[in-house]
Design a protein around this ligand. Structure first.
Ligand code: UDP
Length: 230
C-alpha cells in the first residue's frame, strides 16, 4: 500500500512493519518545485546507482537503510523514522553556497563543510544551525554528532571511489533516520542529490543539467551510472 508520494519517489508499506519499498519515478523538480519535467529512465538509474553506493558504503562500515534492489525501479529498505534535517556536504563551492556567499562555482574548500537544512516545504528548506535542530527537537546532540561523522565518512568513501573513475564529488545531500535506536543513512544517492563533475573537462554530470537547461540530461545520468558500475 502506498503511504507517501514525494517529488521523485513513492513509498509502499510491506507486510513487515520494519520494511518498505521505495519506487523511483522519472519525475524531476527544481527550484522549489517551480520547474517540473520527467527525465527518461531517471528512476532506473537512481535506483541502480543508489544500490551500488549503499553497498559500497556498507562494505566500508556505514550503516544504511538498504536491504536489496527488487527490480528496475524498486528497492527494499528498512523503514526509518526520518530526522527532518537534510545534511549537505561540500568539497567545492557550487549551487546555493556560491549564490548565498558570492563565491565562484568550482572554488575548492580547504576541508569539507557540513551544512544542515530543515526539511520543510512550507519554509523552503531553510539553512539551519545544529543548535536549531537540537533546540526544536528535530535531532539530539548525540544524533547530530553521529550524522556529522557518518556524513564525512560517506564523503571520504565516495570522493575516493569517484576520483578513481574520473569524477569530482562537488557536494551532496544525505538524509538520516532512526531505526530501533540506531541512526541509519536513508534516502538515495544519485545525480539528483549529488553534484558530479568530470575531472578532465569539468563537465557537469548531474541534475544541474536539468536545473539550468544545459541539455544532455539523460546522457549525463547514464554516463554517471556507467562510471559507477565500472
Ligand atoms: N540537494 C538535494 N535536495 C535538495 C537540495 C539540495 O538533493 O532539496 C543537493 C543538491 O543536488 C546538491 C547539494 O544538495 O548536490 C547542495 O545543494 P545546494 O544547497 O547547492 O542547493 P541547490 O542550488 O542545488 O538547490
Amino acid at each position: 500500500e502506498m503511504f507517501y508520494e514525494g517529488k521523485a519517489k513513492k513509498l509502499y508499506s510491506t507486510s513487515d512493519p520494519d520494511l518498505l519499498i521505495t519506487y523511483f519515478k522519472d519525475d524531476a523538480t527544481a527550484f522549489d518545485g517551480t520547474k517540473r519535467d520527467t527525465i527518461a529512465d531517471k528512476g532506473v538509474v537512481n535506483n541502480r546507482m543508489s544500490e551500488l553506493f549503499f553497498k559500497l558504503l556498507e562494505k566500508n562500515g556505514v550503516k544504511t537503510h538498504f536491504v536489496r534492489r527488487l527490480n528496475d525501479r524498486e528497492m527494499l529498505c528498512k523503514r526509518l523514522h526520518i530526522i527532518p534535517v537534510e545534511t549537505v556536504v561540500r568539497n567545492l563551492v557550487a549551487g546555493s553556497m556560491a549564490k548565498r556567499l558570492g563565491r565562484e562555482e568550482g572554488e575548492p574548500l580547504p576541508h569539507p563543510i557540513v551544512e544542515y537544512y530543515y526539511k520543510s516545504d512550507a519554509l523552503h528548506d531553510p539553512l539551519i544551525l545544529g543548535e536549531h535542530a537540537i533546540a526544536f527537537g528535530w535531532a539530539t546532540a548525540a544524533e547530530l554528532k553521529q550524522i556529522d561523522a557518518m556524513a564525512l565518512k560517506v564523503d571520504g568513501i565516495l570522493s575516493k571511489f569517484l576520483d578513481e573513475r574520473g569524477v569530482i564529488l562537488i557536494d551532496f545531500k544525505l538524509e538520516f533516520g532512526r531505526y530501533h535506536g540506531e541512526v541509519l543513512l536513508g534516502d538515495e544517492i544519485c545525480p539528483d542529490t549529488c553534484r558530479f563533475w568530470d575531472k578532465a573537462t569539468r563537465q557537469k554530470l548531474d541534475k544541474d543539467r536539468f536545473r539550468h537547461d544545459l541539455g544532455g540530461v539523460e546522457e549525463a545520468y547514464h554516463e554517471m551510472l556507467r562510471r559507477v558500475e565500472n
